[in-house]
Design a protein around this ligand. Structure first.
Ligand code: GUN
Length: 291
């Protein structure tokens, strides 16, 4: 069993981007710049956004974090996005999800200019991805592709089973793994809450991407010997022994599944750091496309 170490793979990508950024600065150019918007005080969102901003600083990217109150109006948020759309020094814009209930995700995502849509959630980006046109790919599936590539996981002709159909992970992942490309060329099955014979499906998976958001859902009896396991889940579970009061659990019961797998991502330190790497790659590409 090989540990598919996202921290290590992300480090290689970050070092590459850091060198590229330093070369830009030496030529008298400005650094790539990511603007993040965080609405309200969701604890997990705070952690994710802080990590994105911190990583920008590590590699020499500029970043702006706009914190907006939970009760900001939809119009107020759209106005903030418009300002960032019009700022030539901002290359990428992301609005951390989930948003408060009174704000429409669709409206907000559609308000981001497609040339700055580094999350890849805009309908134009999604359409381009489905059409196979170069575009921004959502950061988590992009990071997973980069991880498979880093560890040279063979994907051609494999049966990939994706659990979860979210717009952020499951749906784009299933499209990307079926593309005529590397990593890709898989036969893909996408499973979700209405799938009646899930175990039958997962037992067929040469590659399993677990992205349903249920702690330790995928157990040892659900995977075949030698499968490659990608665990996207990250659920906070109460744990009094931890200083924070919670432990982070993936969608995979690691201790049971790891011995049967040929490769598996840990949680934390697997997909999480790769998501950030994907986002930074998108931000760099947004910058370069304007040169
Ligand atoms: N919430 C959970 N995942 C993501 C992500 O990849 N991007 C944004 N903007 N919000 C998220």
């Amino acid at each position: 069993m090989q540990l598919l170490d996202g921290k290590l793979a992300a480090q290689a990508i970050k070092e590459d981007l850091k060198e590229k950024t330093s070369a830009l600065l030496q030529k008298g150019k400005r650094a790539p710049h990511l603007a993040a918007i965080l609405v309200g005080n969701n604890g997990a969102s705070e952690t994710y956004v802080a990590s994105k901003v911190k990583t920008c600083a590590e590699i020499g990217f500029g970043s702006t974090l706009k914190r907006l109150p939970e009760d900001i109006s939809e119009e107020g948020l759209l106005a903030e996005i418009e300002e960032l759309n019009n700022n030539p020094e901002v290359d990428g814009i992301l609005v951390q999800l989930p948003l408060p209930k009174h704000i429409s995700d669709e409206k907000v995502i559609s308000a981001i200019h497609p040339s700055k849509d580094v999350d890849g959630f805009h309908p134009v980006s999604v359409g381009n991805m489905v059409a196979g046109t170069p575009t921004f790919i959502p950061a988590t599936p992009y990071g997973i592709l980069l991880l498979l590539e880093h560890y040279k996981v063979e994907t051609k002709g494999k049966h990939a089973v994706v659990i979860g159909r979210s717009h952020i992970v499951g749906t784009p992942m299933s499209i990307l793994l079926s593309r005529k490309a590397y990593p890709g060329n898989c036969t893909v099955t996408i499973c979700h809450s209405a799938t009646t014979n899930l175990k039958e499906m997962t037992l067929q998976g040469d590659i399993i991407v677990a992205a349903l958001g249920q702690a330790e859902f995928l157990t040892g009896d659900m995977v075949k010997e030698g499968a490659v396991i990608v665990d996207v889940g990250i659920t906070r579970v109460n744990d009094a022994t931890k200083k924070s009061g919670f432990a982070l659990k993936g969608d995979v019961k690691f201790d049971e599944v790891a011995p049967k797998s040929s490769g598996i991502t840990p949680v934390p330190g697997g997909v999480g750091p790769m998501t950030i790497a994907g986002l930074l790659m998108n931000t760099y590409n947004a910058y370069v496309s304007k040169l």
